[in-house]
Ligand binder design. Structure first.
Ligand code: PMP
Length: 305
């Protein structure tokens, strides 16, 4: 991925893609304390725009706050960097990856006295869990790995180190022939996917785990709350067990990369009709209307590039 043309924003400068490098003694590479975001730009009816840019940058800075990292850039500078990266790389749509990391000034667990750095890259990226998955739904496996407990690595930070847990779960699930993993919390309740929030639908009501189950406070999750309200659908945050997912009428994942992806199976048990459910389809369609600029009510969520 490093060998391509284009520009990456690094500590306030646009750098050639191939030269955007760090030293092997970079603190974050050794101990995993860093924060990142996943943001998407869409080629909307009014041209390229970034979806919920402000909320993503806010979460990035909140992640840094939780991780006690002092970021030398403001929210406005980081917002601008993301817009500039889309423009510089002449992208009409794409995935944006901002990352904050601790530098190479010294090694040892304590980050004190080290420097904090930022970068923003962007590239084109289609449906994260596949185009077919978006239509037909994906197959999911309950992970043998437990999601982080809320007092371990800080689950409201999109922390680099949290993703070892996601990598283990996703690798296990995909090695076993599934598309994605579902992780349970330390008490055995449903938490989230390796990189997605989960929703289920039962008797016309939508349910999603409350954040005490260790799930990230997803921005797409919040978008679905707005969509459900607009559609007159009730949405409830509560503790959910894995067997509630088995007997749900519908289930779907949400995330910036995954967007709204139906789940058709959990642990080889068909959910509902075993295909994309009607409420999921409505939410998916409303989601794509919003991100593509076709719903004026949410025009303020799109920052024009
Ligand atoms: N949970 C995890 C673990 C994630 O990595 C993501 C993706 N950022 C999400 C949930 C969904 O969050 P969002 O909708 O803000 O992308």
């Amino acid at each position: 991925m490093s060998d391509r043309d284009g520009k990456i924003w690094m500590d306030g400068q646009m750098v050639d893609w191939r030269d955007a490098k760090v030293h092997v003694l970079t603190h974050t590479m050794h101990y995993g304390c860093g924060a990142f975001e996943g943001v998407r730009a869409y080629n909307t009816v009014n041209g390229p725009a970034i979806f919920r840019l402000d909320e993503h940058t806010e979460r990035l800075l909140n992640s840094a706050k939780i991780l006690r990292m002092k970021v030398p850039f403001s929210k406005e500078e980081l917002n601008q960097a993301q817009l500039d990266v889309i423009r510089e790389n002449k992208l009409e749509s794409g995935y944006i990856r901002p990352l904050l990391w601790i530098g190479d000034k010294k090694l040892g667990v304590s980050p004190k006295g080290n420097t904090i750095h930022a970068m923003v890259a962007a590239w084109t990226w289609g449906a994260y869990l596949g185009e077919e998955g978006m239509q037909r739904g994906i197959r999911v496996k309950t992970s043998s790995y437990t999601r982080h407990h809320v007092n371990i690595t800080m689950t409201q930070a999109k922390a680099v180190s949290n993703y070892t847990n996601s990598i283990l779960a996703n690798t296990e699930a995909t090695d076993d022939g599934y598309d994605e993993a579902l992780l349970l919390d330390a008490s055995g309740f449903v938490s989230e996917g390796a990189g997605e929030n989960i929703f289920i639908v039962k008797n016309g009501v939508i349910y999603t785990p409350d954040l005490s189950a260790g799930a990230l406070n997803g921005i797409t999750r919040n978008t679905v709350f707005h969509i459900a309200q607009d559609l007159g659908l009730e949405i409830v945050q509560k503790r959910i067990t894995r067997d509630e997912v088995y007997i749900a009428d519908e289930a779907f994942f949400t995330g910036t990369a995954a967007e709204v992806t139906p789940i058709r199976e959990l642990d080889r048990i068909e959910i509902g009709s075993g295909s994309r459910g009607p409420i999921t389809e409505k939410i998916q369609s409303a989601f794509f209307d919003i991100v593509n600029g076709r719903n004026p009510k949410y025009a303020h969520w799109l920052t024009k590039v």
